[in-house]
Design a protein around this ligand. Structure first.
Ligand SMILES: [Zn+2]
Length: 233
């Protein structure tokens, strides 16, 4: 009865304050969350988790010893994915990250990609940026992945020591120098011998993942994998 009343109250609230799809702005129906069924099925998925030698694996694997890499979506300028990620990052919509993580985590679990990972670690924000934004979008994505894969999330393993400046106009070497001393592992015991799935929002140059992954490996993590929301192609 209690549950029935709660559901009734829920239905009533959504009748007065309907939720809208973040992809197409149509009203969401019961059971839909953030994205309508159509937008969810139209997302430009990479299906990288099904291909052990995918392009992200090739790109990152040459720079850092990883066992697996995948990005959920293809990122194009002015596309739906860019709008979603922009809202996640700049418009106070952490629930978009959680929802995408939950959806992709189901794919990762059913394909076996997420097997054998002990812990999910999000790329951290600098404390100052975390204060102004109120949340870490990579952590929200990680929480969604954790929920559907059953792998625990540990968002306190790595600390970001510096707030990196915009890197758009620098060449790759400069970027690498810029990020190589940006991260530190807080407690190596939480990483030692662990198989870590490092997660972030968008992969552009890959320099951040490389730097973050390297400090995890230096701290004794035994296997490293990468899972991101989107990859710029
Ligand atoms: Zn939609």
């Amino acid at each position: 009865m209690k549950r029935f009343l709660a559901e009734l109250a829920d239905d009533f609230v959504s009748l007065i304050y309907p939720h809208y799809c973040d992809g197409c702005q149509s009203a969401l129906v019961k059971g839909e969350d953030i994205l309508c069924t159509q937008c969810l099925s139209d997302l430009p998925r990479t299906d990288m988790h099904l291909d052990a030698n995918n392009t992200l694996m090739t790109r990152m694997g040459g720079r850092i010893p990883i066992v697996a890499a995948a990005a959920f979506l293809r990122f194009r300028k002015k596309g739906k994915v860019q709008r979603l990620l922009h809202a996640l990052k700049y418009r106070n919509r952490p629930e978009i990250g959680f929802r995408l993580g939950y959806v992709y985590g189901c794919d990762l679990a059913s394909s076996g990609f997420s097997n054998n990972f002990d812990v999910i670690v999000p790329v951290p924000l600098h404390a100052a940026r975390l204060r102004t934004r109120g949340y870490n979008q990579a952590e929200e994505w990680g929480r969604g992945l954790a929920e559907s894969t059953g792998i625990p999330l540990d968002s306190g393993i790595i600390r970001r020591l510096r707030n990196t400046k915009t890197q758009t106009n620098r060449n790759r070497i400069d970027r690498w120098e810029n990020v190589s001393e940006v991260f530190a592992v807080v407690d190596a015991q939480r990483v030692q011998g662990k198989s870590v799935l490092l997660v972030d929002d968008v992969v552009t140059t890959g320099a951040t993942l490389e730097a973050c992954g390297q400090v995890l490996l230096n701290a004794g993590c035994s296997r490293l994998g990468i899972a991101c929301i989107a990859v710029a192609q």
